[in-house]
Design a protein around this ligand. Sequence first.
Ligand code: F6P
Length: 479
Amino acid sequence: MSKRFEQKDWQESMRLKLDFNNMMTSYVGENGISEAEIADLQAQIEKAEKAMVEKRANGGMDWRDLPYNQADIVKDINAYVESVKDEFDTFVVLGIGGSALGPIAVQQAINHPYYNELSKEKRGGYPKLYVMDNIDPEKLVSLFDIIELDKTLFNVITKSGSTSETMSQFMIIKEMLEEKLGKEESKKHVVCTTDAKNGNLRPIADKEGYKSFIIPAGVGGRFSELTPVGLLPAAMCGIDIEELLAGAAYMDELCKNDNTFKNPASMYAILNYLAMKRGKNISVIMPYADTLKYIGDWYAQLWAESLGKKFDNDKNVVNVGQTPVRALGATDQHSQVQLYSEGPKDKVIVFVGVDKYKTTLDIPKIYGDIPSLGFLGGETHNKLIKTEQMATEYALLKSGQTNMTITLPEVNEFTLGQILYLFEVATGFAGELLDINAFDQPGVEEGKNATYAMFGRPGYDEKKAELDNRPAKNDKYII
Ligand SMILES: O=P(O)(O)OC[C@H]1O[C@](O)(CO)[C@@H](O)[C@@H]1O
């Protein structure tokens, strides 16, 4: 008996849709993009397509192979989860950026919204999941008010192994574990996800005898959700990681379409590229489902860190990028939509809708005598949220604010794999169109190095001297 994600009909019924009508001049008016503009871009599009194919073939985009080359890793992860899930009540991820945002997004999308509050039995026998992605001292200390150390498994996730936020959390927890449980016993409470060879964490894991998983060398943090970075936390809370990867593989096929107008990743990138050319430097992602709220956070890092660049590939200063803004429908209709509708036409709004929610919620037929409430009775929240989404799309169309809609037939592992992979390929493609390196993040280094210098890390004397010479703050400008 094949699994549902192996069945062609089921796959087709779960195909994600990208509707970009409201990006086009024929719909949104002069703020939109015309087919002629896309035609004019043809040579650049072909160059970008060629570069994507070449990079993939030359190992410059290893994340694109993740849906296909991890059968053994999936087995290893699932076996590990089975071997530990009864022993632990809590699974805590220590990571930041790409090592945290994907695990949060996937867990929130698939599991019960109050997953951690359910009994272990109702969680399918899996542990609770917490992701510690900050160094706010109050947060980590508070975690210990609600977890039992001897029932907790910590997953340290860091590609570089040098990220201060993650490694300092690990150092605190290692000491706590060893004090409470002893060195030998505490080993079972740590699992590492890191590079196979490089960085600080690999030698630590080997020396301490921690179980570990590998982040492939050619996969950067924000493209790593479909490696053990995301697969282990997902499997640890009962998510079908095989189906997640199958969804990504399905999207990979869609993204191979030579016809640009039928290729969702190319189209997403082209439209945003042309929008950026017109000064639309804000990318709002607005899911109409609480389950998809944290996809917005994950997307924000992917889009911002990949495309926000000072230099193009020829080292010209270009200062490009789109600022991602996270919004949630219908909630943010009552806080941000006023701006989207009447404010500057400097945005692309990306609605993410769902055709079929996991439940149907009827609105009772009461208050029939109050016309402004009675019309709701006998309907469902499902219809109301969908209608509000369509109405907001319409209102933005009318106001001339470019927008598009991605629709998931339902939220499950297969559709989630599709949307993650779609955004990753679109990001790579947008990077090619912008002629920048979408896979580095030099702008993050300055702040990191300044932290190291201020914190007294050896080898940062020069940076320390530079900092010591920075202009002193003027009291006149401090109130
Ligand atoms: O996995 P690491 O190496 O700890 O990095 C965490 C994050 O830090 C960055 O390198 C810079 O913010 C991100 O790209 C990455 O996701």
